[in-house]
Each structure stands twice: as structure tokens, then as C-alpha cells.
Design a protein around this ligand. Sequence first.
Ligand code: ME8
Length: 511
Amino acid sequence: MPRDPVYLTTPLFYVNAEPHLGHTYVTLVADVLARFWRARGRTTFVLTGTDEHGDKIAQAAAAAGVSPREHADRVSALFRATWDAAGLRYDHFIRTTDAYHVAFVQRVLADIHSRGEIYFGSYRGLYCVGCERFYQERELVDGLCPDHRVAPTEIAEENYFFRMGAYQERLQATLEANPGLIVPEGYRREVLALLREPIGDLCISRPKTRLAWGIELPFDSRYVTYVWFDALLNYVSALAHLGRMELWPAAEHLIGKDILKAHAIFWPTMLMAAGLPLYRRLCVHGHWQMQQGKMSKSLGNVVRPLDVKARYGMDAFRYYVLRDMAFGQDAEFNEDSLVARLNGDLANGLGNLASRVLAMQQRYFDGVIQPLAAEPIDLALRSAFATAARELDAHVEDLAFHRGLEAVWRALDHANKYVVETAPFTLAKDPARRPRVGAILHELCEALRTAAQLLAPFLPESAERLVALLGLPAARLEDLELPWGAAFAPGHRTLPLPPEPLFPRIEVPAA
Ligand code: ME8
């Protein structure tokens, strides 16, 4: 039976900052999930892109001395080029300035306006440009925006409002009835708590006299819409444009906790007003902190993905962020921890196992795989990998990537102990034991093949290198049903070890 498709989205990144660790993390999670599910027979589609309208983009462009469009073109291209260079794959890259998106937003606005869901009114409120939204007094901390730690600006003007409050009860009932709609669970509870107070209506416009850099309202050319009413619709406009609306019910939005309210309250009520079904789930991750606190240009501690890639390789970067952040919680980015993961888990745990096995395979059998003769200790090794595969599936379903990787490393630790316990290097000295040495190495080659398959979504380059060293085609990586023992045909040869290890260790200067 064909499995459900999965439609993964990242936030659309503002073009007022260059791609950094936070943007990379969420895009990487989309890439991992897509690779993971594709190998398990599901159709996948990843959407990412850039959010280009609004005050803060206009301000960033003015500061750079260029027009908003020139600025957006430059930074949007930089995001794309960065994901391409980092090997983060997506199926479509949307810009909120794309003509089809602008037309779609205008169609939705005209439609819901005609049904009385949008009204004109005057408003006085406290606005944070960093968040591009109004704050209620009680949401502020010491009078400051809790995220940007700046006092919001008081704005009084006539604007258009979306009757968001009319959907409050329906949203609350939906959230209560669907425990898996927002994950991890703590965020669903946070949203339910917000819904205990009136949510009010949503201001969706700006007079052009104050902000021209937005999408013109189809029913009043003096006004534009910007950011939320504009950007959130991207998740649907891209599918409508590509003729892939069948994917919409399979939507899983990946977002950071900073934009929870927009995605858990604004967006579902907009969908209700537009008569569209809700997304399948909202997956909310925590923030990367730096030792000095927040990552910011002014502190000079912005982590650029391609710098990290150049220093440690993309796979080590991928492994570190997925292994050290529990999805949903905050984590601290620290290069020493990255190096410890690289030298420990990757170089010692996996790389060393691969090089020992492949070296013995070459030395004793010229690379030729030897026939199989399973003993109880071999069956225990097989079962360790079968357990890891089951646990990995369950953890990835729950977005607990760190636990999934831990499960695979338990199997790799088991394999390293198996080498010590079976001691093929000692047995090999006795010609009579050579067949058993061959069988042990065959078991270990199967262990490496299985590890490469399980790890391919997380460490795509290394997994490809590993199967190539085992003499297998890259397509084998997705062949998850292959039974243990079936990967290597009689006479199959593994390759000689190349001089450069799978994961070169980083020398740490003595303290
Ligand atoms: O909010 N740690 O765009 P944005 C982890 N345009 N993730 C982080 C992070 C950090 N320190 N900083 C940013 C916007 N992120 C809107 C979204 S969606 C229709 C519109 C990630 O450029 C995280 O996923 O500020 C966060 O939600 C996103 O970048 C915000 O990106």
C-alpha cells in the first residue's frame, strides 16, 4: 500500500540577515526528514524560501543604501546558494515577491473580504518591528518585547483587520481534540494557555504612506499587506502554483518557537476563514544559544554554516546539531562540543570501526567477502542493529533525532565490542580459523552496510563513501528491506582503504 506523502516546510527567512546557524538548523531538519521518509517509501516535498516584505526589510535596504528589491534579490540568492553549497535539498524555493504568490495573496484577501471577514477600523497599539506584530500590554516583559528586548512603538492609525477572534472557540476545540497537532506537547499547552484570553482581531495592513514595501490590498490601493498575512500563505500559494494542492493535507511545518503564535493562532484561523483544511502538524524547535547569550551581529558571534562546513565538513556539522539539540528545547552551540562529537562518535565510533574492518578484509581476503556461518554472538550483533533500526524509526517519527542517533550508536558500540570479543586479528594467525575470520568480517561488513543505510539521512556524504568502500552502489542506501546477509553476492570485493579516513580527527591543542 502506498504510504502517505509528507510535505515539509521551513519558515520563510527574512532577508534582513544572512543565513546563520538557526536558519540552517531548521532547513537541515527538513532535509533529514525528507531523506528519511523517501527511503521509507513516502513521497516527500520540501518548501523553503524568503520573506521579503515589511518594515524591517525596508529598513535593512535603506541601511544598505539600495532599494528593497535589490536588497531582497541579493539576500534571497544568498540563502539559496548557501543551501545548495551545504547540500541541503529542497523541492521549491519561494520568494514572497514572486508574482504568483502576490496574486495568490490578493485572491485570498479579495475572497475573505467579500465574505465580511475583513473590516476597516482604527487602531492604537504597541508594535515591535523585530517581530512585525502588535503586542498586548500583558505580553511585554518590563514594557519590552520579550524577544528583542526593545520597547515597542506606539502606533495609531486606520487599518484593515481580519476577524481572527471569531475563530477562537473553533481553534481551541480543534487543538484540544488533536493532541498531535502541535509538537512537542509543551508548545500545544502554551498555545492553549494563550487561548484562555481573548485573541482579538489581527491587523493585516499598513498605509502606503508609512510602508510601501508590501502587497497592495485588492480592495483598497492606499494600503498594503505585509509579513504574516502575506508570508504564511506561501505554504499554500507554492502548491497552488505548482499544481500540487494534493500535498496540502500532508503539511508539516517546521518552525522555531519565536514564531509559534503566528503559526498556531494566526495561520489556522486564516485557513479556517479561507475554507482550507488545517496543516497536519506544527513542529516547533527551540533556539540555539551562544555562550555569550543570543547570536547577534553586534556580539560578533554569528555562526555561518559554510564556515562550519569548511572547518569540519558538513556531515560533522549535521551530526552535531542533530545530536546535541533535543528538538523542541534550547541548546548551546559550542565548537568544543562539536569537535568532541566529531573525534568521539564519528572518528572513534564509526570511522575507526569502518577502517579496521575494511583493512582486515583487505589484508586477509584481498577484499573478497567470505561465506556466512552465524554463531550466537553474530546473532546478537544482528539483533543490536535490528533494534537500532526500530528505535530510529520511532524516534524520528517523534522528531527526537538525538535519541534516534543514540540508538544507532548503541549498535555501533555493540559492533566495536564484537570486534574485541571475536578478536579476528588474533584468530587470523591460526590458518585453521581463517573461515571464521571471514564470517566475522562478513558480519561486520553487514553491520557497516546497515549503519550506512540508517545514517544516510543524517550523514549523506559519509554514508555514500561508506557503501562505496564496501563495493556497493549508492542506490543500496535506500534499500532498507535488504535482509542481513543478502547485500554481498559470492565473490563480492570490498575496496582497499583510501588514505583519507572517513572522519579526520581534529587535533585539540593541549589546554
Ligand atoms: O521569523 N536558533 O523569519 P526569520 C534556532 N520571516 N533557530 C533559529 C534561531 C536560533 N537562534 N534564529 C532563527 C521569520 N531561527 C519570518 C517567518 S514564516 C511564514 C515567516 C530559525 O528569518 C527558526 O526556525 O526570523 C525561526 O523560527 C526562524 O529561523 C525565523 O527566521
